[in-house]
Design a protein around this ligand. Structure first.
Ligand SMILES: [Zn+2]
Ligand SMILES: [Zn+2]
Length: 372
């Protein structure tokens, strides 16, 4: 597929961002685009709002999976581009439009110029939430293909076009959402002794919470607890009966996530006693770490070094990706693709350089052809 066609596809997808498990127009668009390619030996299967495209190999020794995510974010676009989102409230602000375009480009290359191995292209819904990878892994549809390897990419705004970046071992952290609800007793602002003030309780909780990181985690290991939102109360002269904290936990090791959660629960027990209130915790969506298998990454690096693309060794990051669920069961890796955008991921002005699509198709196609 030529560059103009790929850019056209990307711009069309960019205009129809949809949230997790509501990717109806996106799914239709993908099905239509794949059908128009008129490819032999390809079998397309819908799965919820995503789909699978299986390409049979000429002489298969293995089945390789390649995954793209397909969902957008609840962000109002502010790029001012002529092909901006037509869905007022949503935007492809994490580059999943670029990811899908690269997958379609690679699908075209691999199916029109067949390779030895079987390839399964996975168009996965709901990466941003509530998570599509784990339900795919558990589905009977997916299990039938028995993948030997799997890989995926994510755009990297801070890297130049023409570069890719990865590392053996951990690439993305274990993440968990965190919601904590406090319930006490409201009342008149002038009679605090007759109430159980949840603004005082929740704010004390927030300031003490970081001690879990500083006193319970090995300093050579790493963890983050961030409270990003705090809501409480009704008006200035009523003592708040309820408070809610919303945040996230991130760790470089799965065991550390368990430690933080159990310490957090002990904290909560203590607070319930001290402040005579009820506290409920909900962890929401959890993503397993992205852990790259070293043999796959070494091969990938060699493959990239034989092209005109540049390989850069990556650092681990505290960001999360639900691709980790695939890597928990199937050996493989994820890599960053440079797209050189002034604004970062999840920013309303994210504007990836479309030249990166060509680099992405090349990196993915060459890897599929040569990895063993
Ligand atoms: Zn994202
Ligand atoms: Zn993303």
């Amino acid at each position: 597929m030529n560059k103009e066609k790929l850019i056209e596809i990307r711009r069309e997808l960019h205009q129809i961002p949809e949230l997790g498990f509501r990717e109806y127009k996106t799914q239709e668009y993908l099905l239509k685009t794949i059908a128009e390619m008129n490819l032999p030996n390809i079998q397309v299967t819908r799965w919820k709002t995503g789909l699978f495209a299986f390409v049979e190999g000429l002489n298969p020794k293995q089945t390789i999976g390649y995954r793209t995510d397909i969902d957008g974010l609840p962000i109002v676009e502010e790029t001012g581009l002529p092909f901006s989102s037509q869905h007022q409230e949503n935007m492809h602000a994490c580059g999943h439009d670029i990811h899908m375009t690269i997958a379609l480009g690679a699908l075209y290359e691999v199916a029109s110029n067949p390779v030895d191995d079987n390839i399964l292209f996975i168009f996965q819904p709901a990466e941003e939430g509530p998570g599509g990878a784990e339900p795919i892994m558990n589905s009977e549809t997916f299990k039938q293909w028995k993948l030997d390897k799997i890989f995926a990419l994510h755009i990297a705004p801070e890297l130049p076009v023409g570069t890719v970046s990865s590392r053996a071992g951990i690439l993305f952290a274990n993440t968990s959402e965190l919601f904590i609800d406090f319930k006490g007793k409201g009342g008149h602002a002038a009679y605090p002794h007759l109430t159980k003030d949840m603004i005082v309780t929740a704010s004390t909780f927030v300031t003490q919470l970081q001690q879990i990181i500083s006193r319970k985690i090995d300093p050579l290991d790493s963890g983050v607890i961030t409270i990003g939102k705090m809501t409480a109360g009704t008006v200035q002269n009523i003592i708040a009966e309820k408070a809610r904290l919303e945040g996230t936990i991130r760790t470089l090791q799965p065991e550390t996530m368990t430690v933080i959660k159990s310490e957090l629960e002990r904290f909560i027990e203590g607070f319930q006693l001290s402040y005579d209130c009820e506290i409920a915790v909900d962890y929401g969506a959890m993503y397993y770490q992205v852990y790259n298998e070293s043999n796959c990454v070494n091969q990938f690096q060699e493959i990239i070094n034989s092209t005109d693309l540049t390989y850069i060794e990556a650092n681990a990051a505290m960001t999360g990706e639900d691709f980790g669920y695939f890597l928990k069961e199937i050996p493989g890796f994820m890599f960053w693709l440079g797209v050189d955008s002034e604004y970062g991921l999840h920013h309303s002005k994210l504007n990836p350089d479309e030249e990166a699509i060509i680099a992405g198709v090349k990196a993915v196609t060459e890897t599929i052809r040569r990895i063993d």
